[in-house]
Design a protein around this ligand. Structure first.
Ligand code: ATP
Ligand code: MG
Ligand code: MG
Length: 384
């Protein structure tokens, strides 16, 4: 059968490969980093690993099209693959635009979509020129941040300077800290002809900077949901994007909707699309890169997705334990996904649970029960 290439070997790639296999494709994965028992490898080191010309040229010789599941694959690697005649979805320029928060925000704004007030911080002069109105703010490194890493809350220019020094004077952006009513995301898929399909809006809840759970569809007004989806279309068109793109958005108390950031790939908040939608985000990625018609994104069951972090594998004495899978799987509507990672570490994404219901209330009630069983700290939030 035909072969597809994938840059990155994490859980998003695993779920992409499952969708591809079901549709008759074999997936060749380029993953330069074997799991390192020595501990965390930095994002920068991982990104560097995708630059091997030998690895890329070998991949180019074997596959029809390439996609990515790791957002920091160097754009030059995608460009090299495209020059070798491989379809790359997304293309290098779109990925490059999402890899620098300052460039990304400029693209979002040129698409006519609002963002949080912000200013690029690339020099000492930039820090000194920051307006008072941006404080209290969040200083974010322009590149390689994820799960809230590379961010500092700052309430003055002095604190902004100290944080910028701590980040090694790398390019940053200072964003005004906003009062968020709700965080949502919109996953969109765009094909080379410019057709798009958009998933129902996801409502996202974070703990310690990491996605904890997602409610789908989001509990927001239909008008707000349509606006969020329209923003995603504008951004995907502005980037001439091909493939699956996630747009993270903030909903403020006054009803305004702002784009926060983009992920040029399927997204953690869209895991529930596997069971809850007629076509999953992973299948859409396969369809877009192979030139097949985009799929129907209609939601067929309300859903709540719970992330399973490594913390669940440790008891109160920090000893290794096994989460109570039997009790969990005895609940109706529960689908367990474990990513097969060798070693559990605190805050590491080990798996997720999708909980379905006939109504959203039923899905929430079941998710509450599942979260309580697992001992998730936020379980009370799911109580009706
Ligand atoms: P991800 O893991 O989603 O890639 P990230 O590290 O790239 O995250 P952001 O999404 O920019 O970082 O921020 C992480 C979280 O911090 C957001 O989901 C939101 O809860 C909060 N946050 C970020 N920017 C702001 C802001 N300007 N005002 C208020 N809260 C914010
Ligand atoms: Mg991010
Ligand atoms: Mg984010």
């Amino acid at each position: 059968g035909a072969q597809l290439g994938l840059l990155g070997g994490g859980q998003l790639g695993r779920m992409f490969s499952e969708a591809a296999a079901r549709m008759g494709y074999h997936v060749v994965v380029l993953e330069p980093h074997a799991p390192s028992p020595a501990g965390e490898v930095s994002s920068a080191q991982i990104a560097e690993g995708y630059s091997s010309e030998k690895g890329l040229d070998e991949l180019a010789g074997r596959v029809l099209a390439v996609t990515t599941e790791f957002e920091n694959v160097p754009a030059a690697s995608l460009r090299r693959l495209a020059e070798a005649g491989v379809i790359t979805a997304p293309h290098a320029d779109a990925v490059a635009a999402t890899q620098d928060r300052n460039v990304e925000k400029a693209f979002i704004e040129s698409a006519g979509v609002p963002t949080a007030p912000h200013k690029a911080v690339r020099s000492l002069e930039d820090v000194e020129a920051l307006e008072d109105s941006l404080f209290p703010g969040i200083l974010k490194t322009a590149r390689l941040g994820y799960d809230g890493k590379g961010q500092a809350r700052v309430s003055s220019r002095e604190e902004a300077l100290a944080a910028w020094e701590k980040f090694g004077r790398t390019d940053c952006v200072l964003e005004k800290r906003l009062n968020l009513k709700t965080e949502v995301s919109v996953i969109i898929c765009r094909n080379p002809q410019g057709d798009t399909v958009v998933f129902p809006v996801c409502e996202n809840h974070h703990r310690n900077g990491i996605l904890a759970y997602t409610v789908m569809p989001a509990r927001i007004d239909a008008e707000l949901a349509q606006r969020a989806q329209q923003f995603a279309r504008q951004i995907a068109d502005e980037l001439k994007y091909v493939g699956v793109l996630c747009v993270e958005l903030f909903v403020l108390e006054d009803g305004s909707v702002l784009a926060n950031e983009l992920a040029p790939r399927p997204h953690n908040s869209g895991h529930a699309t596997i069971e809850a939608c007629a076509t999953s985000q992973y299948e859409e990625q396969v369809r877009a890169m192979t030139g097949l018609p985009l799929g129907d994104t209609t939601q067929i069951a309300p859903a709540v997705m719970l992330n399973l972090l490594g913390d669940l594998w440790f008891d109160e004495n920090d000893s290794k334990t096994t989460p109570p899978w039997e009790k969990l799987l005895a609940l109706p509507g529960v689908k367990l996904h474990l990513y097969g990672k060798e070693e559990a570490r605190h805050a590491r994404k080990m798996g997720h649970v999708t909980v379905l219901g006939r109504t959203l209330d039923e899905a929430l009630a079941r998710a509450h029960e599942a979260a309580r069983l697992l001992g998730l700290s936020f379980s009370h939030e799911l109580a009706q």
